[in-house]
Design a protein around this ligand. Structure first.
Ligand code: PQQ
Length: 577
């Protein structure tokens, strides 16, 4: 896909949600830098007309900015020549019945661009290709069935001649999959399930590996009781990365369904797994299951950040992943070898760490601390004080990487939980959760529920950490100007020094920020853009008007104080010097 690659290589554009195929969220622009970022001013604002959680970011292609909204997933094309005058608007007609089957707010992580088209993956799983100039629908295809709890919140990955798309619904017993559609026609090219029979997973018993060993025949169904894999979760609602040289794309799979682990004995493969697959065929090259037989809802879908760095004196192609389970993994992305696995929040207590001895029977597995298990010998156990909470040390909010500082900038949660599993029966389209949760700040944190962490992925160490009152639910941006940006749930856009973490700028936007900071340049002037609009899982109390502390899968109580700081809104703020 030469058009998209050209746009991604041009730092004046913001052509893909993740910054580039490597998910680095790094910009070469340096007009705004650590010396002058304190002088930022608001250039213009735009109200999206929608009030729930605004994730993702706008794209900029040439003189046009593309802005999306949560459900109903309106897309605006804005003219940068006229401070955001509306060129066209696309308003999908979607059945509001999809709203109650979205687990964690009606968010959408943004549109994608390629070959003169804007791709929108709607909440109801309709994938639409819009003409980027006119907004006309060029093709549309339906990827799932909301009456069975299949929905979408993720962006799509346009790569080569396909768009690769995922699916949500792990809280409804949806069996996850990734699907490739032809970029020009929408025709389905292949689909790979996260679990089930080998042919449906697009795996090869001898050639697909797990930590260097072939996975063998029936690697998934052997790890489930009966046909539970058919409602096994492992949904694919996170971010996707691609390495064109290796012809591979990377993503992670979500929690096994139900949240009650006693109900699904076994390792529940391949939920909670990093997957490397061939872009053309979908065939799996390697897997790594981070949390076998999950007992805490630590979905493995967070972004995979691709870098080339020296490790043990050797230049390698790496993949770094900050998992919900509180461990940051550094892997060789060609072979799938595990190189580093360390906690990126010292509060993490459910595991003592990952077995790094390749000779050991439990190589690559986290050692679970019995006290924080939610199941013993097939029986439910109520556990208290588990860190992190189900929303993880980090959720979908993507980190950034600066090749200048060789540092990862990680928005994190610092939240713990009580977890009470209960028996649940599967009914299509009904919640299949099976646990009651309470969430609260980690005990050592003086009430702080988040940190903005600078991470060294080679040594597996925190460089510095900025405490935040609430979880940092916004995606970070690093720039060649040695500035790192992120948003806060109270609504601040913050800029910090890439080396020291010293705060250089803050501005309070009209609503809490769960969007991702982006930057672009137009007529030789650098701009920074951010969507405000509180919501997502952390902000679900405000977004959906819930007040019972256990509602919103336990998040309502944990984040109750947010309503003292911010209220609903949906707006884009664009800054410049
Ligand atoms: N979505 C958010 C958010 O946007 O704030 C947070 C979460 C989701 C989670 O923590 C989830 O576990 C989650 N799980 C699924 C799933 O299992 O299918 C989907 C989603 C989603 O689509 O947003 C979330």
């Amino acid at each position: 896909n030469d058009d998209l690659i050209q746009q991604m290589d041009d730092p004046n554009q913001w052509a893909i949600q993740t910054g580039d195929y490597k998910n680095q969220r790094y910009s070469e622009l340096d007009q705004i830098n650590s010396e002058n970022v304190g002088d930022l001013q608001v250039a213009w604002m735009f109200s999206t007309g929608v009030l729930r959680g605004h994730e993702g970011s706008p794209l900029v292609i040439g003189d046009t900015m593309y802005v999306h909204t949560p459900f109903p997933n309106t897309v605006y094309a804005l003219d940068l020549n006229e401070n955001g005058k509306i060129k066209w608007k696309y308003e999908p007609k979607q059945d509001p019945e999809v709203i109650p089957v979205m687990c964690c707010d009606t968010v959408n992580r943004g549109v994608a661009y390629a070959n003169g088209k804007i791709f929108l993956h709607q909440a109801d799983t309709t994938v639409v290709a819009l003409n980027a100039e006119s907004g006309e629908v060029e093709w549309s295809v339906v990827n799932g069935d909301p009456t069975k709890g299949e929905t979408n919140t993720a962006t799509v990955l346009p790569v080569k001649d396909v768009v690769i798309v995922g699916i949500s619904g792990g809280e409804f017993g949806v069996r996850g999959h990734v699907t490739a559609y032809d970029i020009e026609t929408g025709e389905q090219k292949w689909r790979a399930y996260s679990m089930g029979p080998d042919e449906e997973m697009l795996v090869n018993a001898e050639e697909t590996t797990h930590l260097g060993e072939p996975i063998g025949a029936d690697s998934s169904i052997k790890t489930w009781e009966g046909d539970q894999w058919q409602i096994g979760g492992g949904t694919t609602w996170g971010w996707y990365a691609a390495d064109m040289e290796e012809n591979l794309f990377y993503y992670g799979t979500g929690n096994p369904s139900t949240w009650n682990p006693a109900q699904r004995p076994g390792d529940n493969r391949w939920s909670m797994t990093i997957m490397a697959r061939d872009i053309d065929t979908g065939e799996a090259k390697w897997f790594y299951q981070m949390t076998p037989h999950d007992e805490w809802d630590y979905d493995g879908v967070n972004e995979m950040i691709l870098t080339e760095q020296e490790i043990d004196g050797e230049e390698r192609k790496l993949l770094t992943h900050f998992d919900r389970n509180g461990i940051a993994y550094t892997m060789d992305r060609v072979s799938g070898e595990l190189l580093v696995a360390e906690k990126y929040d010292p509060a993490v207590n459910w595991t003592t760490g990952v077995d790094m001895d390749p000779e050991s029977d439990t190589y690559g597995r986290p050692e679970v601390v019995a006290q924080y298990s939610t199941e013993q010998n097939g029986e439910d156990v109520n556990s208290t004080g588990i860190c992190p909470a189900a929303l993880g040390t980090k959720d979908q909010q993507p980190a950034a990487y600066s090749p200048k500082t060789e540092t990862f900038y990680v928005p994190t949660n610092h939240v713990c939980m009580d977890y009470e599993p209960f028996r649940v029966a599967y009914t299509a389209g009904q919640p299949y959760v099976g646990a009651t949760l309470a969430m609260y700040p980690a005990p050592d944190s003086h009430g702080g529920m988040g940190n903005f962490v600078a991470w060294d992925n080679i040594n597996g160490e925190i460089k510095w950490s900025i405490p935040e009152q609430f979880s940092v639910w916004s995606g970070a941006l690093a720039t060649a100007g040695d500035v790192v940006f992120y948003g806060t749930l109270e609504g601040y856009l913050k800029a910090v020094d890439a080396e020291t973490g010293d705060e250089l700028y803050r501005f309070k936007t009209p609503s809490g920020i769960i969007g991702n900071v982006m930057t672009y340049s137009f007529n030789d002037k650098q701009y920074v853009g951010i969507l405000s609009g509180v919501g997502g899982w952390a902000g679900i109390g405000l977004a959906a008007g819930l007040t019972n502390p256990n509602d919103g899968l336990g998040a309502v109580g944990g984040y109750a104080a947010l309503s003292d700081y911010t209220a609903l809104g949906g707006q884009l703020t664009v800054f410049t010097l």
